[in-house]
Design a protein around this ligand. Structure first.
Ligand SMILES: [Zn+2]
Length: 157
């Protein structure tokens, strides 16, 4: 597909630094850009409010921020506003896995889907997962929606 966009090495660097800053908690964020024009990519780190949610309502938010993330809606809204203002769109998402590999988890799949519709919320977006071990970013892997198989598949990054 020619209308997708992938993160550049410098985008991954921003994600790595954010992931290491937040360690041992998960980091998360959005990438806005123009499909087909990676030069316009902008990585927007978002605050992970999973810990606050977990402390307020542990029944509903079972995971703490070391094994989960919830992007601050304010940061997300700002990212969408900035994208609209600059003629861009949301092209990707990222989050980290402290002390775990950069795999696509069942929880990641659930979070990327539009409720129980069987459809992804952002079919054209890439998802980067970063493994952080002992405070150092070790690896990034990218997952994209594959309409043929109806699942997320790994794409070389
Ligand atoms: Zn994950």
């Amino acid at each position: 597909m020619t209308d997708t966009v992938a993160p550049r090495p410098e985008d991954l660097q921003v994600m790595f630094e954010h992931a290491m800053r937040e360690y041992p908690f998960e980091s998360c964020g959005v990438v806005i850009g123009a499909p087909g024009d990676p030069a316009r990519n902008a990585v927007i780190p978002c605050k992970n409010i999973q810990r606050e949610l977990h402390e307020r309502d542990p029944q509903h938010f079972r995971r703490d921020a070391d094994t989960g993330y919830f992007m601050d809606p304010k940061d997300l809204k700002n990212a969408f506003t900035r994208a609209a203002r600059e003629g861009l769109e949301v092209v990707g998402f990222y989050h980290s896995h402290p002390n775990h590999g950069a795999y696509w988890s069942a929880e990641d799949h659930r979070a990327a889907m539009w409720a129980d519709s069987g459809e992804p919320s952002y079919p054209g977006a890439f998802h980067i997962v970063i493994s952080v071990v002992e405070g150092r970013a070790r690896e990034a892997r990218m997952f994209v929606w594959d309409g043929v198989s109806g699942s997320f598949i790994e794409r070389a990054v």
